[in-house]
Design a binder for this molecule. Structure first.
Ligand SMILES: Cc1ncc(COP(=O)(O)O)c(C=O)c1O
Length: 389
């Protein structure tokens, strides 16, 4: 919609025009099932393998290390539950290190694993979601089997020092027979942070299509080396039996195109987003009594803020009247009216949590649109304060 300003790109993004075009033939022309033995099936199989190769090239991984899933949620589940299902670990549940700020598709899996006998330790987080890699070392135990840490936080944009964490885990693994695996949820990192899986030294990494201007229904799990995970679903031999079910070729094609676009344009996009972000932060300085909750050096697309005396929920709906769409927090929790576990986790007081809105930008936005957003924010905050304060 022309007159809408969509600022909820961490929840989901519009599918890029080039992505729509790339997907187009795969709905009703090249609709084969990659498992079929005839020409149509073989063509679909070729398309899928070509996508896998292209993604592997972008991520600097081997094509055999990439597994297509239906979403980031599924990839996170497959990584974490897939480890817990390895027969030795299923018999001897171990210890996992994570942070309290992970996405629910990690935190809720870990809660479930606790019921199976796994023990979970949480790193402490700073007031902007920072973690100290050295603290992780103090949490290592003989039974530690896994570390799971998100690359970029989806509510406050904090970037975790993944390389440093990976190096510490590798050093720890030198003397271990049972290696500690490192899983990283990179759903909000792709397109914003350079990702070379070869040099990062991570064992498992999660991606999602609809956060990068690709389609919904497309996720990806990277697993270093050969497959050690056990499947969550039983069925055919698709994705080496790790993720059975007929592959969603249009979504895979769309995801690949989207990943290509955000990777190719990453530097220009980040620069533009940083400018928009600076403009926005500068512009709201005229509003009295506000606080910014995101990390100043966090991902360029995520801003989180509150305005004293203004409920986030009210602000979201007032801005919606002006056709400006922002979020209260993560899409999966904000409609529950619950308190954001991320903002609670970084120790914000309740009034700031309830006041929080998340603005997540896209490179398609223009300075003029941000100018209108600033103007509208000023006007709306004042209007709400006049009513409620
Ligand atoms: C950090 C993070 N991880 C995982 C997910 C889940 O991805 P999907 O929506 O593809 O299931 C999201 C989506 O909000 C996310 O932001």
């Amino acid at each position: 919609m022309q007159n809408e300003i969509y600022l909820d790109n961490s929840a989901t993004t519009a599918v890029a025009e080039e992505v729509v075009q790339a997907m187009e033939p795969y709905w009703s022309i090249q609709y084969g099932n990659p498992s079929s033995p005839h020409l149509r099936g073989i063509a679909a199989e070729k398309t899928m393998q070509s996508c896998r190769r292209q993604l592997a090239e972008l991520l600097e991984a081997d094509p055999s290390e990439l597994y297509f899933t239906s979403s980031g949620t599924e990839a996170n589940n497959l990584a974490l539950q897939g480890i817990a299902r390895i027969p030795f670990l299923a018999r001897n549940p171990g210890h996992i290190i994570t942070t309290p700020l992970e996405h629910p598709s990690v935190l809720n899996v870990l809660k479930y694993l606790e019921t199976l006998g796994w023990e979970i330790s949480f790193l402490t987080v700073g007031s902007r979601g920072e973690i100290d890699p050295q603290e992780m070392k103090t949490l290592f135990r003989n039974e530690t089997k896994l570390v799971s840490i998100m690359f970029v936080n989806n509510e406050i944009g904090t970037i975790a020092p993944i390389q440093e964490l990976a190096e510490l885990i590798q050093a720890e693994n030198k003397d271990r027979h049972q290696k500690i695996l490192f899983h990283v949820d990179a759903v909000q990192a792709l397109g914003y942070i350079p990702l070379s899986l070869q040099s990062l030294g991570v064992d498992l990494m999660t991606f999602s299509g609809h956060k990068i201007f690709g389609p919904k229904g497309a996720g990806l799990l990277y697993q270093r080396g050969k497959n050690r995970l056990k499947p969550l679903l039983f069925g055919g031999n698709q994705e080496k039996g790790l993720r059975p079910g007929t592959e969603n070729i249009p979504a895979i094609v769309g995801f690949t195109k989207a990943a290509q676009l955000v990777t190719e344009n990453r530097e220009a996009n980040v620069k533009h987003l940083q400018q928009l972000r600076r403009q926005l932060l500068e512009g709201i300085k005229d509003i009295k009594d506000y606080s910014i909750h995101n990390h100043p050096n966090g991902a360029p697309h995520i801003l989180n803020m509150s305005f004293k005396g203004v409920r986030g929920e009210v602000l979201v709906h007032f801005l919606e009247q002006k056709r400006i769409f922002v979020a209260m927090g993560a899409a999966c929790s904000s409609r529950r009216r619950g308190m954001s576990h991320v903002l609670e986790g970084i120790g914000l007081p309740a009034d700031e949590i309830l006041g929080a809105i998340r603005i997540s930008l896209s490179p398609e936005l223009t300075p003029n649109q941000i100018h209108y957003v600033i103007y509208s924010l000023k006007e709306t905050v004042e209007e709400i304060r006049n009513i409620y304060m």
